[in-house]
Write a protein that binds this ligand. Structure first.
Ligand code: SF4
Ligand code: SF4
Length: 204
């Protein structure tokens, strides 16, 4: 059954009350925060918190253990990719942003492997369904880094297999903070390619 749309009043159709209301809310928060920050400078009203902007990526908040960050493809002990190209993650992905091309592995004991594995981070909604769907713990989101923040073309935000594997190598060899440090260093230098960034390292 079709539900009739409610009729808008003249004031609602003009949008002006809503615009003025929005500006009033913003102004109220601005004035409150300005006043509280000024009082804090003089040691007053310390018990009342004022909004603080975290200057990311220079500053970072502490993330909880359940934080879902940029993806990584986990590795076997020999350093090769653990993924068996079963497509379960791509099937479970609600954003349809995982693209896999499966290939025959040269090792007869391994049935398949991903010749190409890419995640379009502009489409990804960071829901974690791919991690949940994977039957062999081949993809994780425990990197504690955001996907890359800057780029000049859509391809800059497509993370290929090489980048996803490199994150696992960095985690294993230099620890979790190294991923973020690499990203911050690259951001300061204005680099647009490199480990942990989501740029293409090598053809995957
Ligand atoms: S986190 Fe969600 S949207 Fe992103 S690749 Fe995984 S399943 Fe798809
Ligand atoms: S990451 Fe896991 S679910 Fe996705 S294709 Fe590889 S093995 Fe399958």
């Amino acid at each position: 059954m079709e539900t009739p749309r409610p009729r808008l009043t003249l004031a609602e159709r003009l949008y002006l009350p809503q615009v003025i209301g929005g500006i009033a809310v913003t102004t109220r928060h601005f004035a409150r925060n300005l006043a509280l920050h000024t009082l804090h400078l003089f040691g007053l009203a310390k018990d009342r918190a004022a909004a603080v902007t975290t200057q990311y990526p220079e500053e970072r908040k502490t993330y909880t253990e359940g934080y879902r960050g940029a993806h990584r493809l986990t590795l076997k002990p020999d350093g090769s990719v653990r993924c068996t190209a079963c497509f379960l993650c791509a099937t479970a992905c609600p954003a349809k942003c995982i693209n896999i091309e499966a290939g025959e592995h040269p090792d007869p004991n391994v049935e398949k492997y991903p010749v190409r594995y890419e995640i379009d981070t502009l489409q990804c909604i960071y829901c974690g369904m791919c991690v949940e769907a994977c039957p062999c713990d081949a993809i994780r989101m425990d990197t504690f880094v955001h996907p890359r923040l800057w780029g000049y073309q859509r391809e800059d935000f497509i993370e290929p297999k090489a980048v996803l594997m490199e994150r696992s190598r960095i985690l294993q060899t230099r620890g979790r903070d190294a991923l973020m440090e690499d990203m911050q260093r690259a951001y300061e230098r204005g680099e647009d390619r490199g480990p942990a960034l989501g740029g293409r390292l090598t053809p995957s």
